[in-house]
Design a binder for this molecule. Structure first.
Ligand code: ATP
Ligand code: MG
Length: 420
């Protein structure tokens, strides 16, 4: 019989890679708490209609990438393809839209999208996200952008550029849309099949198409920034003034329009050089219409999603050395059954008092135990046999890593906790 394999586009993550993931996750959580964000946890699956309404019917995510299923009662659900729609639903459902503003939330979640797996693109992927609710001011945009900037910097990623754009609001978008559609119509023969449909249903999406020929058309398209109403343009100016004051570099990039439907005004991406085609490490923006769209009050909001796999790729590209996990402070090597039992109980005592200690549990020879302790990176090794148990004294070796340089001293077994 053939062995069962994991689903295409998913990952098994374990040592030594898991330490890198944990390091990144810890760092992201620590930066988020410093920015005053608190974690929110929502279900892995939701009613399909949440994403249809929240992400948008016209998006690739909803049209092509969703994992949907019917449960035994015939209700249709979807594995979450992103985090924002669920967070908004949760705020509305739990009556939390009126909490003291700004409401600052963060999450670390797995997301599911049926995509063609490649470097930096998988079917189950992990995302760190933040959302700020209750502020229409550019300072909220600045909060999330500066959070992402801080996190990426503290993770040691170099060569990452913040691209920002404004895609306007319901007041100024119709005029832009008109200009865009007539431009796209004039260039229809250069557009891919999908974009010819998009051109009618969701013209902004054409600017986001990855097809080379469509990209060329997009380059010459009218720019959203040239069509902004007074409010949107003041918002953009305040954001760039704040970024300037903070010394955060950015590039105004009219090509950034984002793949999800709900964005208004600010959209942004952090793009890393050198990690291949999937170079957007973090993407986000403002979505002032979403809460109302999902049945809540008119509540302005902004946020971002950051792909952990792409963060790890960018860190690797930047040559970041991730600190290795803690190693045992003591390994007790034992000879004989009485010593092995003593070692177990002593290690138990040390662990209970907060010390990382190890001993043999598979019946290795003394020599093999020493080798194991060295490989495990134990800082000290205590060697115990019958005579040591009798005298209450044993040799404590400090491992330096270099064979032969290990220093050794006789210690009292009673005092071992104090000596390590
Ligand atoms: P892309 O244009 O690369 O498909 P997107 O616009 O669909 O990205 P978002 O919905 O904005 O992506 O998600 C935010 C972030 O999540 C992305 O910037 C990326 O880092 C990560 N991400 C999105 N899809 C995937 C995936 N299939 N695999 C791994 N990471 C992903
Ligand atoms: Mg995508």
């Amino acid at each position: 019989m053939e062995n069962i394999r994991k689903p295409r586009g998913t990952m098994d993550i374990m040592a030594p890679d898991i330490y890198k993931w944990q390091y990144v996750e810890r760092k992201l959580k620590s930066v988020a708490s410093r920015f005053g964000f608190s974690e929110i946890r929502t279900p892995t699956f939701e009613e399909l209609s949440l994403f249809q309404r929240g992400v948008g019917e016209g998006t690739d995510v909803v049209q092509k990438e969703m994992y949907t299923f019917e449960d035994r009662e015939g209700k249709t659900f979807a594995l979450r393809p992103e985090g924002t729609a669920s967070v908004v639903r949760a705020l509305i459902e739990n009556g939390r839209c009126g909490d003291t503003y700004p409401i600052k939330l963060d999450y670390l979640i797995n997301c599911f999208r049926y995509e063609k797996p490649q470097a930096g693109r998988s079917r189950e992927f992990f995302q760190f996200g933040t959302e700020v609710f209750g502020s229409a001011d550019a300072s909220a945009d600045f909060t999330v952008i500066s959070l992402a900037d801080t996190a990426l910097r503290e993770l040691g990623i170099k060569g990452i550029v913040l691209h920002i754009n404004s895609i306007g609001c319901p007041a100024c978008r119709p005029k832009y849309r008109e200009a865009l559609v007539s431009y796209l119509k004039a260039n229809e023969e250069s557009l891919c099949e999908t974009c010819r449909t998009r051109m009618v249903n969701n013209p902004l999406r054409v600017l986001d198409c990855k097809n080379e020929s469509c990209k060329k058309v997009a380059q010459g398209a009218p720019k959203t920034v040239d069509f902004l109403c007074e409010e949107c343009s003041a918002h953009m100016n305040k954001l760039t003034a704040t970024l300037n004051a903070a010394g955060i570099n950015y590039k105004i990039d009219p090509m950034i329009v984002r793949g999800l439907d709900y964005y208004t005004k600010t959209v942004f991406e952090f793009i890393a050089e050198g990690i291949g085609a999937q170079s957007t490490v973090c993407g986000g923006g403002r979505y002032d219409g979403l809460v109302k769209e999902l049945g809540g009050p008119a509540l302005p909001a902004c946020g971002f999603g950051m792909g952990i796999t792409r963060v790890l790729l960018a860190m690797e590209e930047s040559g970041v050395e991730i600190p290795s996990p803690e190693t045992p402070r003591l390994y007790i090597a034992s000879l004989g059954e009485a010593a092995q039992i003593w070692a177990q109980s002593e290690v138990y005592r040390l662990r209970s008092s907060g010390i990382y200690a190890e001993c043999d549990t598979v019946g290795r020879s003394l020599k093999a135990q020493m080798k194991y302790a060295d490989k495990a990176g134990a800082l000290k090794v205590l060697i115990v046999g019958d005579s040591e148990l009798e005298s209450g004294r044993a040799n404590l070796r400090t491992m330096t890593g270099e064979i032969g340089e290990n220093s050794q001293s006789e210690v009292e077994l009673e005092k071992i906790a104090e000596l390590i």
